[in-house]
Design a protein around this ligand. Structure first.
Ligand code: ADP
Ligand code: MG
Length: 256
């Protein structure tokens, strides 16, 4: 049983405060959805939890099983069991996924016996062309192939807590369903805890959230169960955001 605890997190980028006191606790086997309009600070939150350079933590804490993550470099956070699937997966010319997996397993002290066979099996399960395992990481892959690739890595590494920053962006409905189903299975089979950042309910129709949090202007303005995402679909963020937010219910208006 593991717990990621984000406590009163206030953080800035380029001198501008983006997160205004975030409190969020994700435990093994739970799916928490964080939904919010563009610019709310969703990617900033994921970047700070994982330790992307360039962000200033002003106050607050990020703890994994009581260990201060903010004091560690990103690679040690990953070793500790955090994993981030980025909104725009990075292309890494000259580096094959199979090599990344061997190094990641070794760095975590995980058994590499039969690793190539397991990679092949995972590729088949997620619908990722096995030929791509030996191509440069994410280079020239389609949006769907990139997210299948990222999901495959989650399945192989079995982190304690995975953060999905818009797993649903840039891929078609079939790929989205396959990736969401695989993550959902990981929560059941391996008790992975999930922080799923998304604009839309579509992801959450497959990856069913236990909790939904609405993030507006760097603050969680509402938390509830899966029904909150359904309500959002009807009312839009304006209902949660106060008078200075765009009016009107259609989510499409907010995300041109
Ligand atoms: P979201 O993921 O919810 O759409 P982001 O976390 O990406 O929002 O961005 C929140 C705010 O922080 C935006 O106003 C964005 O312009 C700003 N921001 C994010 N990263 C940077 C950066 N590296 N430099 C300057 N501003 C940034
Ligand atoms: Mg974002």
């Amino acid at each position: 049983m593991s717990t990621l605890e984000i406590r009163d997190l206030v953080a800035a980028v380029a001198g501008k405060t983006i997160l205004n006191g975030i409190n969020l606790t994700v435990s093994s086997g739970e799916v928490h959805a964080v939904m919010g309009p563009n610019g709310a600070g969703k990617s900033t939150l994921s970047a700070i939890v994982m330790g992307k350079p360039g962000y200033q933590v002003i106050s607050g804490a990020v703890l994994l099983d009581g260990v201060d993550m903010l004091a560690l470099p990103s690679w040690q956070r990953a070793q500790a069991g955090l994993h981030l699937v980025m909104q725009y997966p990075t292309e890494v010319p000259g580096v094959q996924l199979v090599d990344v997996m061997h190094h990641a397993f070794a760095a975590r002290g995980m058994d590499t016996a039969g690793l190539d066979d397991r990679l092949g099996a995972e590729a088949a399960r997620i619908g990722f062309d096995p030929a791509l395992l030996e191509r440069a990481l994410n280079v020239d892959l389609s949006g769907g192939e990139k997210k299948r690739n990222e999901t495959l890595q989650v399945a192989m590494l079995e982190p304690k807590i995975v953060i999905l920053d818009e797993l649903d962006s840039g891929l078609d409905i079939d790929a989205l369903r396959d990736c969401a189903l695989r993550i959902e299975a990981l929560t059941n089979e391996h008790n992975i805890g999930v922080l799923a950042i998304t604009h839309y309910n579509r992801l959450l129709e497959v990856l069913r959230p236990d909790y939904v949090h609405i993030l507006v202007k760097g603050r969680i303005v509402s938390s509830g169960g899966a029904e909150l995402a359904d309500q959002l679909e009807i009312d839009g963020y304006a209902a949660f955001a106060g008078n200075d937010e765009p009016a009107g219910g259609a989510l499409a208006d907010l995300f041109g």
